[in-house]
Design a protein around this ligand. Structure first.
Ligand code: HEM
Length: 479
């Protein structure tokens, strides 16, 4: 990347660049707005060699495989249309690739000086400083301390993260063979690889504690539709307002008064990415939930308390009552808010989904900001297959602000005992799915329903974390 490449002399301001429609964008990488949605996903954490030309050479080879929003969205739409019409077609397959760069990674391939890049990124201190610098703020301490991370700490420095996703282990391996040849030809170092895989059998689509995952996502203006207009168009989740695309991709502003998280022109059509390896102590979770359930008067069973801590039952059905019963029933129900549940009697304030997306809970909580686009996949075998193995969730999310999105959700909402996603004084408890040791009060159907003060050790440990930038295709080409 030369100064002129990265920063054309007559660079138009970000707002003046032509705006492709989001659904047909060949500029925005796949997975940011259109999920890869594959059963197998490799996460390859790479380090560039000192020779910048080699790093750029590797990127230009990888660029040939990088997927774009239009292709991923078309595939997903065709896939769901065909499935609805004819059932699952195993021949309909695709392999997707995405690439992101950390700040040290950008420095390793950019022609711009460090000073220039730091100035460009001055509004993104978390990208400049890396995920490890936010560890204390996010309660990544003790076993989650960056010194124990497999990637992303200063001693396990990563420059580029490659996501390779496919429908079968064979197709994934075939793509990885090509990529490994490019790595070797350009002296790239593999720091670590994580292998994500959906859980087998009936647990497909569930995470390791057993709950259905990947249900609620923000709907994006000009990408999702308010209501499905014809079959196959993925509807915006009912009950939620469509969110500004600029919350997830740089350079978009559809309402004059909306926030414009802007950066230099080369960030247009790019996004900020968080990757976290979150190890789940499944036996620890089951034991702790059973023990805490016994504290309630009258006693709760463990399944009930588990649902209270997540906010959904194992099959995804929410504890909250859907606004539109016809649309809302079942494990994918998402048409609800907490406006009529200010005291958390139905969905406790401790519930992971209430703390991470408080919806309409009280007038003081802004309901449509601080949303994240989640793209996780489990890793490791189920507990019953290999009790000693490490297992958990490869958590991935996209946005345009670490501060106001991922870090806000984790530190200000999930882990923070002073935040109550309900009325002031409602029984309150930190998020026990991801939060640190501790607890708080849970009361169902107050004043007469079961209640208890619970206290549980942390069952999720961070084993690696990265903050990266997912560039547009044009920016990748110019590197
Ligand atoms: C939703 C599990 C980590 C943010 C969910 C759901 C489950 C779940 C079962 C409900 C299904 C759904 O709505 O898609 C987990 C597990 C985690 C984890 C097991 C770690 C091992 C995180 C982290 C964050 C997060 C680190 C962000 C800081 C969210 C959000 C939702 C959600 C925003 C959707 C809430 C809604 O809109 O109703 N998670 N999660 N999760 N999670 Fe997590």
């Amino acid at each position: 990347m030369t100064t002129t490449r990265m920063r054309p002399t007559a660079a138009p301001a970000m707002e003046q660049l032509p705006t492709p429609t989001l659904r047909t964008s060949r500029e925005i990488q796949g997975n940011v707005l259109a999920a890869f949605n594959k059963d197998y996903m490799a996460f390859r954490y790479m380090r560039f060699p000192e020779d910048k030309a080699k790093g750029r050479g590797w990127l230009s080879v990888i660029l040939n495989s990088v997927s774009v929003t239009a292709d991923v969205e078309d595939f997903n739409e065709e896939f769901s249309l065909a499935r609805r019409a004819y059932g699952h077609d195993p021949a309909k397959q695709a392999t997707w690739v995405g690439v992101s760069l950390t700040f040290p990674g950008l420095l390793s391939v950019a022609a711009d000086s460090e000073q220039v890049l730091r100035e460009d990124l001055k509004n993104f201190p978390q990208l400049l400083n890396g995920a490890a610098a936010s560890a204390a703020k996010l309660s990544d301490t003790g076993a989650s301390d960056p010194k124990n991370w497999l990637f992303g700490s200063p001693s396990t420095m990563v420059h580029a993260v490659l996501l390779v996703a496919s429908d079968s282990p064979e197709a994934l391996e075939a793509k990885l063979q090509n990529i490994k040849a490019a790595d070797e030809a350009h002296d790239m170092t593999l720091v670590h690889q994580d292998d994500g895989q959906t859980l087998p059998g009936k647990l497909k689509g569930h995470e390791h504690f057993g709950y259905k995952d990947g249900i609620s996502q923000p709907g994006v203006k000009e990408f999702h539709r308010e209501e499905p207009t014809k079959p196959g168009f993925r509807e915006n989740r009912p009950g939620a307002k469509l969110i500004e695309p600029g919350e997830f991709v740089f350079g978009y502003k559809t309402e004059p008064n909306s926030k414009n998280r802007t950066g230099p022109a080369w960030m247009k059509n790019g996004s900020l990415q968080v990757v976290r390896r979150m190890s789940q102590d499944v036996q620890g979770w089951r034991d702790a939930v059973a023990k805490q359930a016994a504290k309630f008067v009258p006693e709760l069973d463990a399944t009930q308390l588990g649902a209270c801590l997540v906010g959904r039952h194992l099959d995804g059905t929410p504890l909250a009552t859907p606004t539109d019963r016809l649309k809302g029933l079942g494990g994918d129900a998402n048409d609800f808010d907490y406006a009529d549940d200010a005291d958390g009697g139905q969905t406790p304030c401790a519930a992971h989904i209430r703390r991470t997306n408080p919806r309409k809970a009280s007038p003081n909580i802004p309901v449509d900001s601080n949303r994240i686009m989640r793209r996780g996949i489990p890793y490791g075998p189920v507990l019953e297959d290999d009790p000693k193995a490490d297992r958990g969730l490869m958590f991935v999310c996209y946005g345009t602000s670490f501060e106001e999105q991922f870090e806000f959700v984790q530190a200000i909402w999930s882990n923070n005992p002073r935040f109550t996603p309900g009325e002031t004084g409602a029984p309150n408890c930190i998020d026990k799915v991801t939060g640190p040791d501790g607890g708080g009060e849970i009361a169902l159907d107050p004043p007469r329903g079961p209640k208890a003060t619970i206290s549980m050790a942390q069952c999720v440990t961070t084993k690696g974390s990265l903050y990266a930038f997912t560039p547009s295709i044009t920016t990748l080409r110019h590197l």
